[in-house]
Design a binder for this molecule. Structure first.
Ligand SMILES: C[S@@+](CC[C@H](N)C(=O)[O-])C[C@H]1O[C@@H](n2cnc3c(N)ncnc32)[C@H](O)[C@@H]1O
Length: 257
């Protein structure tokens, strides 16, 4: 059970407004849930976050029992279905589950989709070969509970692939400048700024060391920082190619149970 149901309600309320990546700034006048709308969401997502393809390696997992935690608008979920996985997906919101269901149906695929809080997963031990979760777990009140649940539902030798936010990054520094330094509150921590101003209430981000600690119980753990457009947007364009991944705001994780 969740210790703080009010917090989870606020997180859910935030993400119920619209699944991520589907704002009108992206979709323009396209009819919601139409093929054009989904195609625009997909194009924008992989333009903004091209590292997803390298992190997921969608086509290498044909026939695997896949669980996605936090399907959002279902863009990655569609790739898993196209790649021939047996798809299962969960999300905290009805908006995400309904959008993902509509999306898969439009392209002729199905998935077992459930709205729930992933801090408690309703699956037996060893139910999955692969768990994917991109940009989700750091929104939970107890991220470490979700990581423990993922490990429980993975079969021995099963794999987790996903992404968490990195605290010491340009994207977080920019938020800190705006909400702490320029707001006359320079003693605010990065963590406090993130919790109050970065997407849903209570968002967390990690150092590389904290991320390694989160996956201490796992085998063959790979933890890599990634530079993103969210870090270098608003900076002079020539800088983008020179900035090291160490200053990026994503931590991409792969780990075996
Ligand atoms: C930033 S969006 C990412 C969605 C998708 N993975 C993507 O990359 O576009 C975060 C998603 O996580 C979901 N989420 C947040 N906390 C959750 C929780 N405790 N359990 C399940 N899903 C959660 C939200 O509802 C939202 O759809």
């Amino acid at each position: 059970m969740n210790a703080n149901p009010d917090r989870n309600l606020a997180v859910r309320a935030f993400w119920e407004q619209e699944p991520c990546g589907t704002n009108m700034r992206v979709t323009g006048e396209a009819e919601p849930l139409s093929r054009e709308w989904f195609e625009t969401v997909e194009r924008n997502r992989y333009l903004q976050e091209p590292m997803i393809h390298a992190a997921a390696q969608f086509t290498r997992h044909r026939g695997k029992r896949l669980l996605e935690i936090g399907v959002g608008a279902g863009t990655d979920h569609l790739q898993w279905a196209r790649a021939g996985c047996e798809c299962h997906g969960v999300d905290l919101t009805d908006a995400a589950i309904e959008t993902t269901r509509a999306r898969l149906a439009l392209y002729g695929f199905t998935s077992s989709l459930q709205r729930l809080d992933a801090e408690t997963l309703p699956f037996d031990d060893s139910s999955f070969d692969l768990v994917w979760s991109w940009g989700v777990i750091h929104h939970a009140e107890h991220p470490e509970r979700i990581v423990a649940e993922i490990r429980r539902v993975l079969a021995p030798g099963g794999e987790f692939r996903g992404m968490f936010y990195k605290r010491r990054s340009l994207a977080v520094l920019k938020e800190w400048i705006k909400h702490a330094l320029l707001a006359g509150r320079p003693f605010r921590s990065f963590a406090d700024v993130l919790a109050h101003h970065f997407e849903s209430p209570g968002t967390k981000a990690y150092t590389m060391r904290e991320m390694r600690a989160m996956f201490a119980a796992w085998r063959e753990v790979t933890i890599e920082a990634a530079m993103t457009p969210y870090d270098y947007q608003h900076l002079p364009a020539f800088l983008a190619g020179w900035l090291p991944d160490a200053l990026g705001s994503f931590i991409v994780v792969r780990a075996l149970k």
